[in-house]
Each structure stands twice: as C-alpha cells, then as structure tokens.
Design a protein around this ligand. Sequence first.
Ligand code: NAD
Length: 361
Amino acid sequence: MSGTIIIRAQALTAFVAALFEAAGAPKAHAERTGEGLVAASLSGHDSHGVVRVPRYLQAIADGHLDPQATPATLSETATTLVVDGRSGLGMVIGRETMRRAIEKTQASGLTLVAIRTSFHLGRIGEWAEQCAEAGLVSLHFVNVLNVGGLVAPFGGKERRMSTNPFACGIPVAGGEPIILDMATSRIAEGKALVALNAGKHVPEGALIDAQGRPSRNPADLYGPPQGALLHFGEHKGYGLALICDLLAGALGGGGANHPGHPVTGAVHNNMLSILIDPAPTGGSAFGLESAAFIDWIKACAPVDPEAPVLVPGDPERAHRRQRLAHGVPLDAGTWASLTEAARALRFTPADIAEMAGVGRL
Ligand code: NAD
C-alpha cells in the first residue's frame, strides 16, 4: 500500500495518550483512551481506531468532549445502574461503568445498565469483551445522539438515524468468546471516512446520494448535498436499528433521535446493556453446550477451502495477532491528520517521530 506507514501498537498508544494529555486529559484518561483506540485499530476496526483522534481533539477544543469527566451515578439498585457519561471520553466512561456493572452482576446474577450521554463509546465490542473476560454474557444496544442522523430508514431517502451498533458477548468454556459487534448500517460511518481518506469505494448497497440513488463514492455521503447510509439486511437491519434507538435512547433515558434534541455536532452515545451471569441458569451445562455448538459450527465444510468458517470475534482476534506482531498500518491520509493534530498541540516533527517510533521502524 503506497504511503502506508506502520507503527508498533505500544508506540502508537503512547503517541495517542500524549496527544490527549496535551489536550487536557488526566494521564490515566489519556492512557485509557490511547489503549482503547489502538485496541480498535489492532482489531482491524480502523474506522473506530486512531483515525478518530483528530475528531476527538476537535471536540475537546469545541467544548463537546470533557476529557476530565468521570461517570456520575444517577440511580442504582441491586440489579440496575444508570450513569451520566457527562460528555466524557467514551473509553473511560465505558470501562469504568462496565467494571461496576460486572461487580454488581457477580453479586446479583443480572444487571441492567444505562449509560447516558457519553462521548463516543468507540468499538462497542470492547465492552462485550470486558464482560466476557469476567465470565459474563452481555448484550449492548447503542444509539448516537446529536449527529443529525446518517442512515435512511428502510424505503426512505433522508437521514433519520445513526449507525446504532449492537453487540453481544458470550464466554465459551475452554475457548475464545463469541463477540458479535456490528453497526446496523451496511457499513459503519467511519468505514466511509477511511475509504474517503484512502481514495477507495465503499461496497455496493452501503449508501445513497442526496437524490436517493445508490452510490459507491464515499464523497456522496458527506456532500454537499449529503446522502445517507443504508441498513444491513434491508428492513431487518432497519428494525434492529430502531430497537437500538428505543432501548439505548428512550428506555435508557439519554434520548432517541428526533428533532426534540438539538444537534450540536457532538457525538454522544447512549448505551443500554444487560449483563448476565450464566451460573444460575446454565452453569457448566451452558459452557459445555456452547462449546459443543461452536465446535459443530466451525467443523462445517467451507465453500472455499482456504476460508474456514469463522464465528463472530474471530476476525478481530486474527487482526490483533497479526498487528501486534507486525505493527498497525495507517494510510497516508490518517497519518497526515494525526501529525497535523499533534502539531496543533505544539509537538514538533521530531517529537512526533520520536513518540510514534516512526524513525525506528
Ligand atoms: P464488521 O462488519 O466488521 O463485523 C461485524 C461482526 O461480524 C463482528 O462481530 C465480526 O466478528 C463478525 N464477522 C466478520 N466477518 C465474519 C465472518 N466471516 N464470520 C463470522 N463472523 C464475522 O463490523 P461493523 O458493522 O463494520 O462495525 C465496526 C465497528 O464500529 C464495531 O466495533 C461497532 O461497535 C463500531 N460502531 C460504533 C458506533 C458508535 O457509535 N460507537 C457506531 C457504529 C459502529
């Protein structure tokens, strides 16, 4: 890939953390944010990785993102937790809230958690992974408020909803967890941004232009005039996206997308999560049954002998192994936007090369 640079995960994490610290985040928040964004890049979700850094820094400068905020408890019972993310860094708000929710679930068996108005919670699979590492099943419904919509409802040609992701994590006895983590749009918006930066097309069926015509050009999404993303699976993906807005936004209390909420340009996520301790209902039988089922699925003869059947979570793990060993590739556009953001924070080109370890590769 021409113009691509490759950076070791550790150096990239330190680089991103340094930028957030320079922008006013406490050291621990800056480090957690570096870790979370680089984990997304390592997982192959470049759209939710370090490509987001300049936007996050801009949001801090615009007052939409408070890098010092921690989650504030709005209500709590033995089985529920509602927090206000106070426009804080999503990697910090998500991690801390899930930590508390995991503790509660280990005591009660089941917890309903609502996070309201966090800044972007990033790769939602990160929260399912955190729960699965603790041996818990989890479901996560997310909406994005305040972006003015991106996705057209099935049959419509105007933007009405966000890319409303859904994630589910299931620990599997003796194996890797199942982590289903997906936008309800055919592609995540960040993937259109990555395609735009890299001068590439998006897959067919991913977006329409402002007139409602199918397009593969990511520039048609951003306009002007702006087009819209489409849901995966036509009316089915649309239905799940609707449920995400209703559960994360309306039931969780942070708000669903409609004109009653002023659009400020901030990327605010609401997330409604359900954490389940499998011990009371399934216990070891659940573990064994899941493992047997996954083995059976993976033993399915593949259409292409070179492409074995995978389960959700496998592609991310494969990316992590490869990128941890060989470094994270960043296209020229992404690297240019990161270095520009660093220079705006008064880092010199020598600082940047040193921090990111570019000169040493
Ligand atoms: P994707 O299409 O790359 O993957 C979706 C799921 O399919 C994953 O669980 C993956 O493991 C699984 N998968 C992929 N290939 C597979 C195969 N061959 N066999 C079995 N399973 C397979 O993901 P996406 O929809 O582009 O979403 C990308 C990221 O964007 C996600 O991490 C999501 O949480 C994030 N996102 C976040 C927001 C937000 O507001 N915070 C909004 C939208 C999306």
